[in-house]
Design a protein around this ligand. Structure first.
Ligand SMILES: Cc1cc2nc3c(=O)[nH]c(=O)nc-3n(C[C@H](O)[C@H](O)[C@H](O)COP(=O)(O)OP(=O)(O)OC[C@H]3O[C@@H](n4cnc5c(N)ncnc54)[C@H](O)[C@@H]3O)c2cc1C
Length: 262
């Protein structure tokens, strides 16, 4: 069985900075990490690899050249190999162009049975990429998955829904987006880190993906970020002083009720 895990490199949560001029995220080499939910996806792939015979795991990431670190980390955590999608033509991709590139990479890898990804990335946070990739590959998708087992060419998943969970059996190939609670991600081992240094990670652009340059990147993106800004929070502070032994509670209730707060 071949599993592909989609791993996105994101800024650490205390390192998210936007360029106010261009509206794009400032991505620097420092402080970037694998999207935390993608670590859960990777851990789930490792769990299946340990539980079943003949499972190979490939990590696929799209990003600037420095995103190779995310692929190498995935290999250090136990993936057999990985591919980085990085090319000037891919820059500025919105979710549909990103999904198109990722789906093309999965097609090129061939015979993929299961695609695992995070339910959302901590930076873009649209949660659209996984379902879009599934739709482009024409495979079923199960989102918000908290439990996953594979048997006889099918998977059985528990997916979180309002007020509980759904148990669904789906034929493979399929795509799954996982939630944090599915497992506790492990750490890269020293042996894994050494192996990651040795394993070559091919870097693919439009030619290797088999897509025209205008189908990806800014040209292939129907959406545009028109404006981006940090919301300004302003709070009105009102001081109330009540005389001791007076009607403080009653007056406060009257005040809040007057403003329709209670
Ligand atoms: C008009 C426009 C221009 C943009 N320009 C840029 C730009 O110049 N530079 C830039 O960095 N971003 C840019 N973005 C953001 C970029 O499109 C998103 O980061 C990307 O589409 C993924 O969406 P998301 O972050 O919401 O991921 P989600 O959909 O929330 O991610 C869900 C899961 O999908 C997988 N996934 C998502 N993205 C990747 C990836 N890149 N590689 C591997 N797996 C992935 C992961 O498993 C992840 O957990 C742009 C967006 C728009 C709308």
């Amino acid at each position: 069985m071949r599993i592909v895990v989609l791993v996105k490199q994101v800024p650490g949560t205390d390192n998210v900075k936007m360029d106010p001029e261009t509206g794009t995220m400032i991505r620097t080499a420092r402080g970037n990490v694998i999207n935390p939910l993608d670590e859960n996806a990777l851990e789930e792939a490792m769990r299946l690899k340990q539980a079943m015979e003949g499972v190979t795991v490939t990590a696929v990431s799209m990003g600037p050249p420095m995103a190779i670190k995310a692929v190498k980390e995935a290999i250090a955590m136990g993936a057999d190999g990985g591919v980085l999608l990085s090319d000037r033509a891919l820059a500025g991709s919105d979710t549909i162009a990103t999904a198109r590139a990722l789906a093309s990479a999965i097609k090129q890898l061939g015979d993929v049975d299961l695609i695992l990804c995070g339910e959302r990335a901590t930076d873009g946070e649209t949660g659209q990429t996984g379902p879009m990739v599934a739709s482009m590959l024409d495979v079923p998708v199960q989102t918000y998955v908290q439990k996953l087992t594979v048997e006889d060419g099918s998977m059985i998943v528990e997916r979180i829904v309002e007020g509980g969970f759904e148990k669904v059996k789906v034929k493979l190939p399929a795509l799954v987006t996982v939630v944090k609670g599915i497992n506790q991600p492990g750490f890269p081992t020293l042996a894994g880190k050494l192996r990651a240094k040795e394993v070559p990670v091919p870097v693919w652009g439009p030619a290797e993906l088999g897509v025209a340059p205008e189908e990806v990147g800014l040209k292939g993106s129907p959406t545009r970020v028109v404006k981006i800004f940090s919301p300004k929070l302003s709070r009105e502070t009102i001081m109330h002083q009540y005389k001791p032994g007076g009607r403080a509670v009653e007056e406060l209730i009257q005040f809040l009720a007057g403003r329709e707060i209670i």
